[in-house]
Design a binder for this molecule. Structure first.
Ligand code: E4P
Length: 254
């Protein structure tokens, strides 16, 4: 059974320092990795997965490669080692979908990646995928609207009453495509940490905060005991973890 919490956010990275930075916000529901991201991290993939599991990430996409027997063997081994947090990621190829069918029969969650149209999403659902990952950015790069592909899969699944396969929008390059992916029916959006950081930003929030800070200092300097400005309050509470996290988020997204 899928957890149908609306609008899940995954981080699309194998950079554990970025995940350490953002996971304490409490807004991150999972992590997706791929061979390129693992290569960029310069680390052994299983060290990365272990660190993410120890951090408490409950859904980690771990990509497998090779022919179907190799994918099945590797996916089963990873599931055996990492347990329920392991989602095996396979490509939307005949070999990958065959592996998906076998792994999902063994109740292992599978993310079918490299999805570029609704026909592939039909096959992935029939192969028992828990997630299908349409690549929004790479479609846009090829002059096909990635968001339209997300919408066509969502409409199709809705018409056919599919609820065992969720749409995980991937290859996301900006905040606009995060919101539009959800609007177009994605259940999950996986995004680079920098894009997640930018989701907090709005110039009017910054201006409003500045004004509230100013006015708060006036209120507290006019009457009663002085509590200081928001910034002073923050400094006076160095142990307040949420404020530390928010500070890190601001530093990262500025
Ligand atoms: C996600 O599962 C994919 O691995 C990832 O989003 C690909 O993104 P890219 O097109 O930016 O490489």
């Amino acid at each position: 059974m899928n957890d149908h919490t609306p609008m899940k956010i995954f981080l699309d990275t194998a950079d554990t320092s970025a995940i350490h930075k953002y996971f304490p916000t409490g807004l991150i529901d999972g992590v997706t990795t791929n061979p390129t991201l693992i290569m960029k991290s310069g680390r052994d993939p299983e060290d990365v997965y272990q660190e993410l599991k120890d951090m408490g990430i409950s859904d980690i996409s771990m990509e497998v490669v090779g022919n179907s027997s190799e994918m099945i063997a590797e996916g089963s081994r990873l599931y055996e080692k990492f347990g329920k947090c392991c989602t095996v990621k396979v490509p939307c190829s005949p070999e990958g979908l065959y592996a998906c069918k076998q792994l999902s029969r063994d109740l292992i969650n599978v993310n079918v990646t490299l999805i570029f149209n609704a026909a592939q999403a039909i096959l992935a659902h029939k192969a028992g995928a828990k997630y299908v990952s349409p690549f929004v950015g790479r479609l846009d790069d090829n002059s096909i609207s990635g968001l339209e592909v997300v919408r066509s899969i969502a409409d199709l699944y809705c018409r056919q009453g599919v609820c065992s396969t969720e749409i995980l929008a991937a290859s996301i390059r900006d905040v606009h495509r995060v919101t539009r992916s959800f609007y177009n029916g994605a259940h999950i959006v996986t995004m680079p940490p920098a894009v997640f950081g930018k989701m907090y930003n709005h110039v009017l929030t910054d201006k409003g905060l500045e004004l509230f800070d100013e006015d708060w200092s006036k209120v507290t300097s006019n009457s009663g005991p002085s509590f200081g400005s928001f910034s002073q309050l923050q400094e006076a509470n160095p142990g307040n973890e949420l404020k530390d996290v928010m500070q890190k988020v601001r530093e990262c997204s500025s």
